[in-house]
Design a protein around this ligand. Sequence first.
Ligand code: ZN
Length: 466
Amino acid sequence: MTSTDSAGLQLVIRNARLSDDGELYHIAVREGTIVGLTTRDEDPGPAQTVLDAQGRWVIPGAIDTHSHINQRAPEFEHVPGLGPEDNFAVESRGALAGGCTTALNYVQFGPPSLLDSYRAGLAAAGAQSMMNVFFHGCLMNMDQVAEIPQAVAEGIRTFKIFMPYRGEEARNLGGIGSLNHAQMRLAFAEIAAHDAHALVHAEDGDIVDHCMHREAVAGLDSLAGWERSRPTIAEGDAAWTAMYLAEEAGCPVSIVHVSSLEAIRARRAVGYPGAGLESCVHYMLLTTDSAIGPEGKVAPPLRDPDLAEAITAAVLAGEIDFFGSDHNVWPSAAKQEWTSAKPGLPGIGLMLPLLLTHLVYERGMSMARAVELTSRNAAVRFGLPGKGRIALGADADLVLLDEGQRKIRAGELHSAVDYSPYEGMTLRAWPYATVCGGTVVYEDGKFPNPDFRGELLNERFRTGAA
Ligand SMILES: [Zn+2]
């Protein structure tokens, strides 16, 4: 292919499998950027670090479009890894060990000001995170909608709107506020006016409230009961509304963590080209039959096995654009009892290995398509053109894969979360090594450059001072 002069190479990865063409390549990196791609018989020259892939697949690092690291519930700050000093430090290691080099992470929900949350998040991630972090903002009330212009000036490109949470449920979640339809309409207009992007948690609050009350009276005691409390029709109703209102405002919108066929049907029916759909591997691999009790509580809920299979089919048919883990760092102590269990699952370090295992190794998806779903599509949609591809000029965020059989053990995931809903499942592919910005940040169970810090990607978009 192409080579460039080798002076000052930061990293060379030798013998990398990049496609199904049977050829192996050498990847040369300088200052975090891919500067050379040569075939096997063309030596890229010396480098500070050389990794021999020995014919392993090398793919772009995953972009997790949905994580909640550093939400920091005060009642768990004494738990190792969940305190304010080490949240990104711990969870970014778990992410990198799982091949995720970039997290699109939500700012903390608690503080009244979006800007205060965002600035604190930037400081924490900048000090602690070994992976790249790109913060999503959140709009929980009209005061936060009024902060959009300044947030955009400081580099926020994406704003999440919640539809389901009302009353007591909102209070129990630390004050997550949902916008009503009139407020959403104004928020979409403001986001569009600033050339930014909306993200919507699409579950209709009226339907959820009603169904939740019914299940609470019946005595919520199973994943099936939790699912009945947030039925698929709530997701469909909200997704239709969100896409319709966003289209009217000319605002790009992504429906996040799609758990049913209803949001997919809504996108087809509305036909808005500015709409994107994110799903999560747990909607394909975990169900209301999974033997995980309240630890499986998540919103939207896990569905029945037939629907989980239908989500897999929809992904294979091209109906989903990108994946997020919806990683939450609740310890098992927060997930003991059905009513009080915090909703949310851990998963940032397993998103890529599980998706590859399920779709590529078991269902015959091409690696190229899996790369689109785990990094490329998100890179294009969210304005990170150097990510999600291996090419000259691209960002050197890379994963070398091992293949075989490996059982998932929570204790091996380098996360502060002390359980995994996937415990005991078998992976067919997982990272041997992970490279972030040209630095080897994970290799064979170890973190060889622990002082490395990932890039705060919002800074690429900053136009004004704090
Ligand atoms: Zn989430």
